[in-house]
Design a protein around this ligand. Structure first.
Ligand code: FAD
Ligand code: UDP
Length: 367
């Protein structure tokens, strides 16, 4: 008899939901995390009344009512709508690409004019079947927007030419012919009141959690204390890179406290030219409309990923996806391991998708 039913590696969103639901059906779980806190990348640190998103801006959005209702059982959400500003060479544009952006770029006022302008540029580009991010972007919004608002941001974000990147990445952004600056098309959106830690703490309440424990540093022991493992870290590392290394993109966050009340007037400002080394500046107080005399900002610098850094983004190009499939096929043969989350499944998942997946994993173990 092993001490636990499940060893859950990673106290992020996937691990926390899995452990909560497994615990509810009487399964004994041990959750470990190599970090010194719970929550994974949604973790916030409260500094002077401001919830600082320590691993980048996290805005909850979903069109899945089941997921929305699920998170709302634990925490109430505010009515924050993400409407980032882009700065390109000291000019300001609204995101995502909408009538406001088209007016700022071309001084045109009607959807018909905007459609015509984009159509002309798309025709000129002569792209028929877009096969990479650059071609996809130009065929969605034309050359002007691509050059000012996409190319520089994308190439610094991913450290690759936009021609080498998969097209799906740019399809995350809406293009619309209305004056609507909402960055997401989803039906539900907001920030948990009190921050994301409220959600994670409720999920993991009463469950054994050990922090500062790296699975790989005590693998033999840890593999023997539970009947099954739920693994939300890097799948390629779990299998000792036997099919080769998957690629990731790293980030460096530079956090500053400023002695002014309001620094940039918006939670998220993107810097779309290549020459500015960070992609965005987050001013955390705006997520929750915090009133305070000072403010906290974070500059987000994309960096090349190396093994000593956190793997924030999987790079889902064809090469990596094919390699990942080999790992996935291998994992399918082992009933004692469940891979979950962004790293376990090597997918560019937003939070709602991770929740959906964790709930699916629970449905499977109930069967
Ligand atoms: P994680 O949060 O990464 O948790 C995995 C945990 O496993 C980590 O705590 C890690 O320390 C631990 N771990 C890994 N390996 C080991 C090991 N060997 N031993 C012990 N512990 C280990 N989604 C949205 O919906 N909206 C957003 O606005 C948004 N913004 C984002 C911004 C950035 C910069 C990033 C990087 C992501 C963003 N996301 C956003 C995505 C969101 O962060 C993820 O979907 C979600 O947090 C993933 O949860 P997870 O549990 O899969 O992974
Ligand atoms: N993107 C861009 N310009 C922007 C914002 C985004 O070109 O101002 C592109 C870029 O390629 C980025 C992708 O759109 O990687 C997806 O953006 P999103 O905001 O969804 O990225 P995330 O929040 O996951 O970093």
């Amino acid at each position: 008899m092993k001490k636990y039913d499940y060893l859950v590696v990673g106290a992020g969103l996937f691990g926390a939901i899995f452990a909560y639901e497994a615990n509810k059906i009487g399964k004994k779980c041990l959750v470990i995390d190599k970090r010194s806190h719970m929550g994974g990348n949604i973790y916030c640190e409260n500094i002077d009344g401001i919830n600082v998103h320590k691993y980048g801006a996290h805005i909850f959005h979903t069109s899945n009512k089941q997921v929305w209702d699920y998170v709302n059982q634990f925490v109430e959400f505010n009515n924050y709508i993400n409407a980032p500003i882009a700065i390109y060479k000291d000019e300001l544009y609204n995101l995502p690409f909408n009538m406001n952006t088209f007016y700022q770029l071309w001084k045109i006022k009607t959807p018909e004019e905007a459609k015509l302008k984009i159509k002309e540029q798309v025709l000129q580009s002569n792209i028929k079947n877009p096969t990479n991010l650059e071609e996809q972007a130009i065929s969605l919004v034309g050359e002007d927007i691509y050059k000012k608002l996409i190319k520089g941001y994308t190439e610094k974000q991913w450290g690759k030419s936009a021609k080498e990147l998969p097209a799906f990445i740019i399809r995350r952004l809406p293009v619309r012919f209305t004056f609507d600056n909402n960055y997401f098309n989803d039906i539900y959106q907001g920030i948990p009141i009190g921050g994301y830690n409220v959600l994670i703490e409720k999920l993991l309440q009463g469950i054994e959690v050990q922090l500062n424990v790296d699975f790989f540093k005590d693998r033999v022991n840890l593999e023997n204390i539970a009947n099954k493992i739920v693994f939300t870290g890097m799948i390629d590392k779990f299998y000792d890179y036997k099919f080769g290394k998957l690629e990731y993109r790293g980030l460096r966050f530079e956090q500053k406290t400023l002695n002014i009340e309001n620094y940039q007037g918006n939670a998220v400002v993107n810097f779309t030219e290549y020459e500015i080394p960070y992609t965005r500046i987050i001013e955390h107080k705006h997520f929750e409309k915090v009133k305070s005399e000072s403010t906290i900002i974070t500059e987000e610098y994309p960096v090349q990923w190396t093994e000593d850094k956190e793997p924030y983004y999987p790079i889902n190009d064809e090469n990596n996806n094919n390699k990942y499939l080999k790992y996935k096929n291998l994992s399918n043969k082992d009933n004692n391991i469940i891979f979950g989350g962004r790293l376990g499944n090597y997918q560019y998942y937003d939070m709602d998708k991770v929740i959906e997946e964790a709930l699916n994993a629970i449905t499977l173990i109930k069967e």
